[in-house]
Design a protein around this ligand. Structure first.
Ligand SMILES: C[S@@+](CC[C@H](N)C(=O)[O-])C[C@H]1O[C@@H](n2cnc3c(N)ncnc32)[C@H](O)[C@@H]1O
Length: 278
């Protein structure tokens, strides 16, 4: 079959529904991954023949997608800060808004050889990216899920980022002395879990559920920051809607300052920047 015929066939299979508003675009994206080509190449080569093996793989992926599997789990990869991270349903799919944490981290006044900690590393997207972008940093990443840490390790090895991974509850066993702590911890309030879009329910619950108001893990980590951070050290906390206002009141008693609240492209407060007093 040709590229054009396969795309037309698949567009019939993939239903229009919430979270999947543009089936034609999705099938192009999937076929581009199967063929290891760009979508632009597909546009330019509609009459190119696709071999049976690739066509069978493409049909299997389209069927998985039609059954509600998120596209990045179907192809097993997700881009983050310009690199491809392996993902499976054992880890959260890295979100574009989390790149804001990297952007902010790279703007901070860090020492020449910074000690960096990523808490709840998931696929390793933050830890591995920071290890690669800050080549003189020593990076530690923690995670409570053994399955996730295995994927993060594989990503670090494949992408060449040197990260020390530790299976831990938050950073309980970390010794401290970090110039920078980053965390994108689960922050969905308990009451919202049941109403999540179907695609989100395919992601691990341990990566989403943040306790009663969503800030349970964030609060626990914030209370540990005086121990984890060097004097003057910074923390970047990704959080959900309206949660900076729940966390910020904890800071003064802990010897921490709120530096700023950064908004994502949709204008929502997304990352709370915190600094330990000198
Ligand atoms: C929202 S996901 C973010 C993953 C990754 N940092 C990212 O930005 O894509 C949160 C991660 O925290 C992990 N996690 C949940 N509770 C934890 C805990 N108590 N200690 C360490 N990690 C935890 C989850 O397994 C999950 O991988």
């Amino acid at each position: 079959m040709t590229v054009r015929e396969l795309l037309a066939e698949a567009a019939q299979v993939l239903p229009h529904r919430d979270g999947l508003p543009d089936p034609a675009r999705e099938v192009r994206w999937l076929l581009a991954h199967v063929l290891r080509r760009s979508e632009a190449w597909l546009w330019a080569h509609p009459d190119e023949a696709v071999d049976d093996e690739a066509a069978a793989r493409f049909r299997a992926w389209v069927a998985e997608r039609a059954a509600g599997q998120p596209a990045h789990y179907v192809v097993g990869a997700c881009p983050f800060w310009g690199r491809g991270f392996e993902v499976t349903p054992k880890v959260l799919i890295p979100r574009p808004e989390t790149e804001l944490v990297v952007e902010l981290a790279l703007q901070l006044p860090l020492p020449a050889h910074p000690h960096v900690l990523d808490v709840g590393t998931g696929s390793g997207c933050l830890a591995v990216t920071l290890a690669l972008e800050l080549p003189h940093a020593s990076v530690v990443a923690t995670e409570i899920s053994p399955a996730a840490i295995a994927i993060a390790r594989a990503n670090a090895t494949r992408l060449g980022g040197r990260v020390h991974f530790v299976l831990d509850d938050l950073a309980s066993s970390a010794a401290g002395g970090f110039d920078l702590v980053v965390a994108n911890l689960p922050y969905v309030p308990e009451a919202e879990i049941a109403g999540l879009a179907p695609e989100l329910t395919r992601e691990p619950r341990v990566a989403l559920a943040g306790g009663a108001d969503g800030t349970e893990l964030l609060r626990r980590l914030v209370c540990d920051l005086p121990r984890l951070l060097t004097p003057g050290g910074h923390t970047l906390l990704e959080h959900g809607d309206g949660q900076a206002g729940l966390i910020a009141p904890l800071l003064p008693a802990l010897g921490l300052d709120e530096v700023t609240r950064m908004r994502d492209v949709s204008g929502r407060e997304r990352v709370l920047v915190v600094r330990r007093h000198r």
